[in-house]
Design a protein around this ligand. Structure first.
Ligand SMILES: [Zn+2]
Length: 331
């Protein structure tokens, strides 16, 4: 299990907690705000481990009873809040797992730490239930809300939390991590780092997951010949993409990077800064078929579809409309 030294990037957040622990000034509520797979869970578990370490130093010792319990996932005073439905954390779940539990003193540690992954899924009722705890927390309670965006939080909740934003990790650090820890070759590591744009989890997935690589190749294969596809081809292509049971936003990311490259070709007419360097000739051809406005419209459409898919709109329909928007702007 990780320690602070294993955290890549996020130096300011690590420093914040190390200082707080040393000064004994830990707050009761934090929001870890960062996109999916940016490392929120890993960092939250290290923070919890260090707060509960019996040695009390800023770094977890890794040897005391609490550290060993944390490493085996059995620390009774570190509570990961879970939820049944995929897209909502209900008021009952917040009441059962936090509000009604928090008054019971810690079992064996200094603190009682609640970690809430996907906290942006708490509906307003759930947030209001939590508010009582945030307003009058017992001395020992610490709540870590992990979220990909703070737009869904009530202002009253936000005002009670310290918000820590996860910034992108330097591409060089990502490359270094992939080449040394996962033995990925330089060229691939660089592609993964550029593609992930500072999201280490995403870079790792691309580097090691065969399915993710297949998705990438299939998506690029469609993008290469999209101008020649008719409606039937489009529908068949979408059906094919649907076989990957990956996160829907992955398709959008790949397409967005492709059209960013087209925009780059239009601006600079050089392959140097492209992600899909190997496809320079195709990108150049497509760039000549599109206006600046057209490329921008496609990138806007991609963002819109991403939001819609996150709200569980039918995948096939969203993708077909998107591919048609792309075709319309490529003539
Ligand atoms: Zn320890």
């Amino acid at each position: 299990m990780a320690n602070y030294s294993d955290i890549i990037g996020h130096e300011d957040i690590v420093k914040h907690f190390k200082n707080s622990i040393e000064l004994g000034k830990v707050s009761h509520a934090y929001i870890f705000n960062g996109e999916k797979s940016s490392g929120k869970r890993t960092l939250a578990s290290v923070v919890a481990k260090s707060l509960q370490c019996e040695e009390g130093g800023p770094d977890p010792c890794g040897k005391c009873r609490s550290c060993l319990q944390t490493e085996s996932g059995n620390q009774p005073d570190i509570i990961w809040v879970n939820h049944e439905k995929p897209n909502i954390i209900s008021v009952d779940e917040v009441r059962e797992q936090i509000v009604n539990d928090v008054d019971l003193k810690p079992y064996s540690s200094r603190y009682k730490i609640y970690i809430v992954p996907d906290a942006q899924l708490m509906n307003p009722q759930a947030q209001n239930a939590l508010l009582k705890t945030l307003e009058e927390p017992p001395e020992y309670a610490i709540i870590l809300l992990l979220a990909n965006g703070i737009g869904k939080f009530l202002p009253t909740v936000l005002s009670r939390c310290i918000i820590l934003n996860f910034k992108p990790v330097e591409p060089l650090h990502v490359v270094e991590y992939l080449t040394t820890n996962l033995e990925v070759d330089q060229r691939k590591a660089r592609f993964c780092a550029d593609f992930a744009q500072g999201n280490l989890g995403k870079a790792i997935r691309l580097a090691i997951s065969p399915e993710y690589n297949e998705l990438l190749e299939d998506s690029v294969r469609i993008l290469r010949r999209i101008q020649d596809m008719d409606m039937e081809d489009v529908i068949a292509a979408v059906k094919n993409l649907g076989k990957y049971k990956l996160d829907v936003t992955d398709y959008m990311d790949i397409m967005t990077m492709w059209f960013r490259d087209i925009l780059m070709v239009k601006i600079s007419n050089s392959p140097n800064k492209l992600l899909f360097k190997d496809d320079y000739s195709v990108l150049k051809k497509q760039a000549s078929m599109m206006s600046y406005e057209g490329v921008e419209e496609v990138i806007r459409a991609l963002n819109k579809v991403k939001v819609r898919l996150e709200a569980n709109v039918n995948f096939d329909i969203a993708m077909e409309l998107l591919l048609l928007t792309i075709k319309e702007n490529m003539k």
